[in-house]
Design a binder for this molecule. Structure first.
Ligand code: F6P
Length: 328
């Protein structure tokens, strides 16, 4: 039974989609119904909240979705919700439906919107970290990250076959926005020769030195993973710089792009999404507000929106060092 005054709950996904979002939606809906709440799904994130695009969800509406990529509620990046007027319209929509609380599944942008909205209006908001980037403070892993890394790894393994056959260097660009979580894990998992991370500057000189050494040793050195947010530039820019320094190397560039966001969620993402969706509803029912759920050392924890948005989750320096040593 609900232990506070929440009667009607809405759930939505916002920002970039991530594999496992559907598993989180299912967990939210079923946990809420178990506690006798009415549940609504808001379509297209904050855009649908403003436009009144929402529908009642029953247990059966979230059947057969856990294993599917994308989000059945669709998603968007809303400009209108950044304005006070947009948020006022959204509040009027929620009030008309009697919605007291929302579970917001997304990344930093989603949390920022939820924080401002819950400060302006009497609607409880709780965040669930859904993004392939794994860049959210307050959780060791975000929903979708594990699947995205597995997808990238499968692609990189395939590229290795052709790179190896032609003795070519491939510069492979992966997503991650301003952070290197996907790049670092894809690099370690694929045994890449080098990994360009936004968190580490001036990687080019180090790579040039190592390519020269590798050339002397006749070592096959063919996979370089570049995070899209790398400060040395994207994969094409890094490849161009290497070409200038070492014109004798035959190189190609592959941008993995949005294929990293699609596909069925991994077992890890399905379980993570189920745990976090379930925990989000339980936390709301205990009276929590303006917080996000996360998993730290395999325990569910709550972090204020304030901290989740403003604090930086650092890449593990030991992992970076290990990746370099293992690639020698
Ligand atoms: O945040 C997820 C993400 O896939 C980032 O890795 C990437 O930079 C961005 O979204 C791409 O966004 P869009 O699909 O809007 O181009």
């Amino acid at each position: 039974m609900a232990v506070n005054d929440i009667k009607r709950l809405a759930v939505f996904t916002s920002g970039g989609d991530a594999p496992g979002m559907n598993a989180a939606i299912r967990a939210v809906v079923r946990t809420a119904i178990y506690h006798d709440l009415h549940v609504y799904g808001i379509m297209h994130g904050y855009e649908g909240m403003i436009g009144g695009d929402l529908k009642r969800l029953e247990k059966s509406d979230v059947g057969n979705i856990l294993q599917r990529g994308g989000t059945i509620l669709k998603t968007a990046r809303s400009q209108a919700f950044r304005t006070k007027e947009g948020r006022q319209e959204a509040f009027e929509v929620l009030s008309e439906q009697g919605i007291d609380a929302c579970v917001c599944i997304g990344g930093n942008g989603t949390y920022t919107g939820a924080k401002i909205f819950s400060e302006e209006h009497p609607v409880k908001m709780i965040g669930v970290p859904g993004t392939i980037d794994n860049d959210i403070y307050g959780t060791d892993f975000t929903i979708g990250f594990d699947t995205a890394v597995n997808t990238a790894l499968e692609a990189v393994d395939r590229i290795r076959d052709t790179a190896d056959s032609h003795s070519r260097i491939f510069f492979i660009e992966v997503m991650g926005r301003h952070t290197g979580y996907i790049a670092l894990n894809t690099g370690i998992g694929s045994g890449a020769g080098d990994i360009f991370l936004p968190e580490i500057h001036n990687s080019i000189n180090y790579l040039v030195k190592r390519l020269k050494q590798a050339n002397r040793r006749k070592k096959l050195f063919n996979l370089i993973i570049v995070a899209e947010g790398d400060t040395d530039g994207n994969a094409q820019a890094v490849a161009n710089r290497i070409k200038e320094e070492l014109p004798e190397f035959d190189s190609k560039v592959t941008i993995l792009g949005h294929l990293q966001r699609g596909g069925a969620p991994s077992a890890i993402d399905r379980v993570l999404a189920s745990r976090l969706g379930y925990s989000a509803v339980n936390a709301l029912l205990k009276g929590e507000n303006k917080v996000a759920v996360g998993l730290v050392k395999n325990e569910v924890v709550l972090t204020s929106f304030e901290d989740a948005i403003s604090k930086q989750k650092e890449l593990d320096a030991d992992l970076i060092e290990m990746a370099r040593i293992l690639a020698l």
